[in-house]
Design a binder for this molecule. Structure first.
Ligand SMILES: [Zn+2]
Length: 197
């Protein structure tokens, strides 16, 4: 329209300001806004797992503040915990680690909220990222270890593979609740950014 308008992102000034960029691609928003949306989504999953193992928690998930360590005689649930291994491993801090002593299993749960077009890619990225850690944990703790990627697009998309992985999380994670949490986070980010002149 021959208007003299700068198309660059009003926050980072480095990329064109598309919806896609604001909701999942802006480097400046990543450490604050995206992290907050991510943690809220991960803490819903954490709350579900706690409930499943009868660990006392808040009645409502959105009031839940995950403790670094929650445990009872059957389970240890770690939040944002760095696993120290003999071998140096790049990816050693998944969002949630569930050590189930009855089943002798260990789950590495990791949440990601990428742009819609990257959801499938992200699932496989997570699976390969934690391979080394799975092997080390299996050796150290003697628990059969697997990775569960929880990947929801910033606009709520879940891929075909989503259910296949998420159903292994104890506590019956509700896909719709996850999507809703992500969408509310995204709406909040959009509203905030677009109100800046
Ligand atoms: Zn930006």
């Amino acid at each position: 329209m021959k208007l003299n308008i700068d198309p660059k992102c009003r926050i980072c000034q480095s990329f064109d300001e598309t919806i896609d960029h604001i909701v999942s691609g802006c480097k400046v928003l990543a450490p604050t806004e995206y992290t907050e949306r991510h943690n809220k989504t991960a803490s819903y999953s954490h709350w579900k797992v706690c409930k499943h193992y009868h660990i006392p928690t808040e009645d409502r998930w959105y009031n839940h503040k995950p403790e670094p360590l929650a445990e009872n005689e059957n389970v240890t649930i770690l939040w944002d915990f760095t696993v120290h291994t003999d071998k140096t491993i790049g990816a050693n801090r998944p969002d949630i680690i569930v050590k189930d002593f009855t089943k002798k299993s260990c789950l590495l749960i990791d949440v990601a909220i990428p742009s819609e077009r990257n959801t499938s890619k992200k699932i496989f990225e997570k699976l390969s990222k934690y391979k080394d850690l799975e092997i080390e944990i299996q050796k150290m703790w003697g628990l059969k270890t697997s990775t569960i990627p929880v990947v929801v697009g910033a606009l709520g998309l879940i891929g075909k593979e989503f259910e296949k992985y998420v159903q292994h999380i104890p506590g019956n994670i509700n896909a719709e609740q996850l999507q809703k949490t992500v969408l509310l986070g995204t709406a909040h980010i959009l509203r905030k950014v677009l109100s800046i002149n």
